[in-house]
Ligand binder design. Structure first.
Ligand code: ADP
Ligand code: MG
Length: 660
């Protein structure tokens, strides 16, 4: 049986690109139906078809209400920020339609027998990775795996520079810093390539920073120039500004090659050409560039490295073509960035290489062991109650940049005597303030044994796989009483929903897109039984199947030793031990980083869940006591009043008065 072709898909925020492995075992870019390398990640929901790419981008200014752009930035949200055809659409359905388009381009070149790896930014959390896999399913793509963009880029550079053997193994150990500035996002990652292993050492990024922000500044600058010359305000007209932002992107590209560019602007019958110099452009966007420099320095520090430890700097993403980027990097590091590979292509090529290693490994068990070790891009913790202050805090259990897979156990205690349940709220984020973190899961350890003393130890274990999947276990010390938390994510799509979106994203026989949406969901109606009618909410803010009522904690136990929410600072570096943990994605036995936070006194307790029955029972008891109290106090009041009257008017016959 022929082996399927290995495909890599760089599903970008603004542009997407695909690569395949050719007959010589090297990566090659797959051009789209227009013959272009890049396909704009723009979707136009026309009446009778869904248009993706260049053609969609062209009509964006004519039908802004039917265009979906930068949907990748919104992945993790329930719906795309604007309704299309009056319908709320999940971002993964939009990405699914882009992947459908790419799939057709791939099929034109390699046929239908292919399997793909799709890339995601290293900072993507688990729900976003799952949503990306859902998008591939909507597109009907046979997905092998999801890989981090910087890891893919490092592989492509490894191939290009001859660091990799034919089996994909690095010949020597090199440390590379991948600086990826795309259209909508920025991330920077330090990776070590060594024989048999690609290990991410640290990663950080900014989801809201990319080439588009440079476009916005340039457009604003042009509008200001126009205003100062003609006293006409363009900036306050959103539609005109939208078009101007699209128009200046071309000028920005020109400024990467030449030292000036001209933008033509016509508004309210006045037309003018505004000339912009490169140095002027660099000056106005200095702040944006400085933000990327700041993150770069931070990542190096997080990896515990200095510039002397970095062998190569790889520039990835279209925006690194702006000359200000390599200039800044060189000034910062005194290392000349590598230009040996096209910054647009690196990620897709690396993803194809990764796909081919994965396929090889599936068919040939003796294939070179090749392991990818990632780090947790965000800190993961649970909400605990500080015993001293009673404050609810994000108690970090797996700090960011911990090598994966990792397993960490941390002791907590029950909050009150006879506590019958424990609320475990899983948080993702760096802040100690739970409200500033994302709530990614929730569970309750119920029916605790009776008569548990206050401060009874409860251990929480986080197991974070190298596929960035988290499982959480809560267990009572010395008892077989435990619960494994299934993360109940708001954004999880059911297979029925996926199937439905797949049908909609792939309209056949001239069925109208609007009709399909209407049939499926009843456009404009509010039917809570269908997913699309729910109101948009912030990401994962109400993932809980049952919202338990909580009661405040009371301070307990010894509080002297643990600092707030910083378990890592209290323990030595993770102990590395080999365990028979099988990484499903890689089929290898990577090292599990395990950490036991035993021996430290637990500082944090939990909220108690009160289930609905309990709540009702307590409400009835409260009400009964309330009514009973009223009756008793009224009776006493009457008796006292009667007694006082009798004392004041001893000869009056009050009972006689009442009876008249
Ligand atoms: P993403 O992966 O986020 O979609 P890409 O890596 O494809 O992004 O980069 C797209 C961004 O790169 C866009 O903002 C685009 O304007 C910018 N870009 C592409 N070529 C150039 C260039 N020559 N000069 C400046 N910016 C460029
Ligand atoms: Mg990209």
């Amino acid at each position: 049986m022929a082996t399927p072709v290995a495909i890599g898909i760089d599903l970008g925020t603004t542009y997407s690109i695909t690569a395949r492995m050719d007959e010589q075992g090297r990566s090659a870019i797959v051009r789209n139906l227009h013959g272009d390398l890049l396909t704009p990640s723009v979707v136009f929901f026309d009446d009778d078809e869904i248009v993706v790419g260049k053609a969609a981008k062209k009509v964006a200014h004519v039908h802004p209400d039917r265009i979906a752009e930068c949907a990748k930035r919104e992945i993790g949200n329930r719906y795309y920020s604007r309704p299309i055809h009056g319908q709320q659409i999940p971002p993964e359905a939009i990405l699914g339609s882009i992947l459908s388009r790419l799939k057709e381009d791939i099929q034109d070149v390699v046929g239908s027998d292919f399997k793909a790896v799709v890339t995601v930014p290293a900072y993507f959390d688990e729900p976003r990775r799952k949503a990306t896999a859902d998008a591939a399913q909507i597109a009907g793509i046979d997905l092998i795996d999801i890989v981090n963009e910087p890891t893919a880029a490092a592989l492509a550079f490894g191939e290009q520079l001859g660091y990799l053997t034919a089996g994909g193994e690095a010949r020597e150990t090199i440390r590379v810093l991948v600086y990826d500035l795309g259209g909508g996002t920025f991330d920077v990652t330090v990776i070590e390539l060594s024989p048999g292993n690609i290990q991410t050492l640290a990663t950080d990024g900014d989801v809201q920073l990319g080439g588009r922000d440079w476009d916005l500044l340039l457009a604003k600058h042009v509008a200001e120039q126009f205003h100062s010359r003609h006293r006409i305000d363009v900036a306050s007209d959103a539609a005109v500004m939208d078009n101007l932002v699209r128009a200046v992107e071309e000028s920005k590209h020109t400024l990467s090659l030449r030292d000036h560019a001209t933008v033509r602007l016509e508004h309210q019958g006045v037309a003018d050409e505004i000339k912009i110099g490169r140095s002027e452009f660099e000056k106005i966007s200095q702040g944006l560039l400085e933000r990327t420099a700041f993150t770069t320095r931070q990542v190096l520090t997080a990896a515990g490295l200095t510039w002397q430890d970095i062998s190569r700097i790889l520039l990835v993403g279209g925006s690194t073509r702006m000359p200000m980027v390599p200039a800044m990097i060189e000034q910062l590091s005194h290392i000349s960035p590598d230009r040996s590979i096209n910054p647009d292509e690196a990620v897709a090529r690396g993803a194809a290489l990764f796909a081919s290693y994965q396929l090889k490994k599936r068919t040939d068990q003796s294939a070179t062991p090749f392991q990818v070790t990632d780090v947790s891009a965000h800190s993961l913790g649970i909400q605990g109650i500080q015993q001293d202050t009673l404050r609810r805090e994000n108690v970090i259990i797996i700090p960011r940049n911990t090598p994966l897979p990792a397993q960490v156990t941390r002791p907590f205690v029950t909050q009150t005597a006879n506590q019958n349940s424990v609320v475990v709220l899983v948080l993702e984020g760096e802040s100690s303030e739970p409200g500033l973190c994302s709530q990614i899961g929730h569970s309750v350890l119920r029916h605790l044994p009776a008569n548990l003393p206050q401060g009874y130890p409860v251990s929480i274990t986080f197991s974070y796989g190298s596929n960035a999947r988290l499982s959480v276990e809560a267990a009572l010390a010395n008892m077989d009483h435990r619960v494994t938390i299934e993360l109940q994510r708001e954004r999880d799509m059911s297979s029925e929903e996926l199937g439905l979106w797949r049908q909609i994203m792939d309209p056949k026989d001239g069925t109208l897109v609007a009709d399909l949406l209407h049939e499926a969901f009843g456009v404009g109606t509010q039917n809570a039984s269908t997913p699309a009618q729910e109101q948009p909410t912030s990401p994962r803010d109400s993932t809980i199947a049952e919202q338990p009522e909580t009661e405040p904690a009371s301070p307990i136990g010894n509080t002297s030793r643990l600092s707030h929410g910083s378990p890592s600072s209290e323990t030595s570096a993770p102990e590395n031990i080999s365990t028979p943990y099988t990484d499903a994605a890689m089929g290898t036995l990577p090292t599990m980083h395990t950490e036991q936070m035993a021996g430290t006194s637990p500082t944090f307790s939990f909220d108690t869940a009160i289930d609905h029955k309990d709540r009702r029972r307590q409400a009835i008891i409260r009400r009964t006591i309330f009514i009973f109290g009223h009756v008793i106090s009224s009776a006493i009041g009457l008796a006292v009043g009667y007694y006082i009257l009798c004392r004041l008017r001893p000869d009056a016959d009050f009972l006689h008065l009442f009876s008249q």
